[in-house]
Design a protein around this ligand. Structure first.
Ligand code: AMP
Ligand code: GLY
Length: 429
């Protein structure tokens, strides 16, 4: 029987913790730091995650407690080398090294990997200063628009999709004000529908999960600012099995080969953010992430019909060869609708009391909610982060899953709490 340690505190990590806890192998689950909406049956360590010294402190304690496998949820610790530090301490860890996590942490790195690997992606330029960016923008053909991307991790705030030169100039001003202009990628604007496609990777092999879709804009009809994600569904309607073969052969396998060639083999879950035209058969990669998506993980793990611990361990050990080439999934649809705090995403306000059955079905095979920005205050629960929770629906049909998710979110009340009303009912742009 195994002890698993999970790093992170959001809805993604609640879903991962729930799935790990359902593994027949896992007898003890520790979460660092977790959140107050997580089951009291799981241990939590209140330890900081800000530096490599913090990672080393967690690793030493994990050694003492005989942790068998560590699973890393969020992007920042990956980019800061948590996997390298844990492995130096002899802890088997699911997630990429800092070198491999560059595929998410640097847009320019990701573009150069894609170019070298022949992965289909938008045409792009790199700029090393706002002056250089200004010159590039002025010389572009603005027929289909361009996208400005800050090179580093920017919590979803570093990307501006611009239709005109004037829009791009003002986006450049905004990026400058945030101090993001040192290194920019300026990329052709693509159209189509977005798909989040993830795969367990062991350095050379990959096993695809089923596709998911997230809803990034804050408001209905894909209006308003970009967010971490306001809802998700899986599977994605209209995606035939041939797409899985294409995504494996045109995206994941060449990327894994190029990463290995650069001495940064990718182990963990690789997330390809795709733009596709399903009718015309066009496939492009918008971005890579070096971890599970949030909220996509909530729908994906809810449908995954396999032992999550086993898959994470096999990827971490660099040997997926004994597992199927595609991850088994239940033939059901899942939908999550995210409820966000007043002011999210610009300036989320904390402290509002939450009412509703937050722990309904929590220890069952189908939890009603995955909790994220939730803290306990005495006997009450209050909002403690931007994305507060995800309400889940699972059903043989997408329509049924959506109806269930909305029935559940309507039971949750907190002043200023808001959510989109159109998750899973149309195509997001
Ligand atoms: P990224 O962080 O690179 O995925 O960008 C965030 C969001 O910006 C994506 O999910 C898309 O909605 C949008 N986006 C990024 N790149 C492009 C592009 N080349 N064309 C159109 N939209 C894009
Ligand atoms: N939902 C998008 C992401 O996790 O990056």
């Amino acid at each position: 029987m195994k002890t698993a340690l999970l790093i992170g505190s959001g809805g993604r990590e609640h879903a991962q913790a729930w799935k790990l806890s359902r593994s027949p192998q896992v007898k003890r689950l520790i979460i660092v730091p977790g959140n107050d909406g997580m089951s009291a049956e799981w241990e939590r360590w209140a330890m900081p995650l800000g530096s490599r010294a913090d990672f080393a402190a967690i690793a030493r304690r994990a050694r003492e407690e005989k942790v068998d496998l560590a699973v890393i949820g969020p992007d920042n610790p990956l980019a800061d080398g948590i996997v390298d530090v844990f492995e130096e301490h002899g802890i088997t860890t699911f997630g990429p090294s800092a070198a491999a996590a560059q595929i998410e942490a640097s847009k320019a790195f990701a573009k150069s990997v894609m170019a070298a690997a022949g992965v289909p992606t938008a045409h792009y330029f790199e700029a090393r200063s706002s002056l250089e960016a200004k010159k590039i923008l002025e010389d572009l053909d603005w027929k289909s628009g361009w996208v400005l991307k800050a090179d580093g991790l920017a919590l979803g705030k570093g990307v501006h999709v611009c239709a005109t030169l004037a829009e791009a100039q003002s986006a450049l001003g905004a990026l400058e004000a945030q101090g993001h202009c040192g290194h920019l990628v300026i990329e052709e604007r693509l159209s189509g529908e977005e798909i989040s496609w993830m795969a367990f990777c062991d350095g050379t092999r990959c096993a695809l999960l089923e596709p998911a879709r997230d809803y990034k804009r804050a408001y209905d009809g894909d209006q308003g600012p970009n967010t971490g994600g306001m809802g998700a569904l899986s599977p994605v309607p209209g995606v035939s099995p041939e797409w899985a073969a294409r995504v494996r052969n045109e995206v994941f396998l060449p990327t894994l080969r190029e990463m290995a060639r650069r001495g940064a083999p990718f182990r963990g879950v690789l997330y390809a953010g795709l733009m596709v035209d399903l009718q015309r058969g066009i496939l492009n990669v918008l971005e890579f992430n070096a971890r599970f998506g949030d909220p996509e993980t909530q729908v994906l793990l809810s449908r995954m019909d396999a032992d999550f611990y086993e898959w994470c361990e096999a990827s971490a050990r660099g040997d997926l060869s004994r597992l199927p080439s595609e991850v088994p999934f239940a033939r059901e649809a899942a939908v999550v609708v995210v409820a966000a705090a007043r002011g999210y995403p610009e300036a989320p306000q904390k402290g509002a009391p939450i009412e509703g059955p937050l722990f309904e079905n929590a220890n069952s095979s189908e939890p009603s909610y995955f909790l994220a920005g939730v803290a306990r205050l005495g006997q009450d629960f209050i909002v403690s982060g931007g994305r507060v929770l995800g309400a889940m629906g699972r059903s043989p049909t997408l329509e049924g899953a959506r109806t269930q998710a909305y029935a559940r979110i309507e039971k949750i009340h907190a002043p200023g709490l808001h959510y989109r009303k159109d998750i899973a009912s149309g195509r997001p742009s």
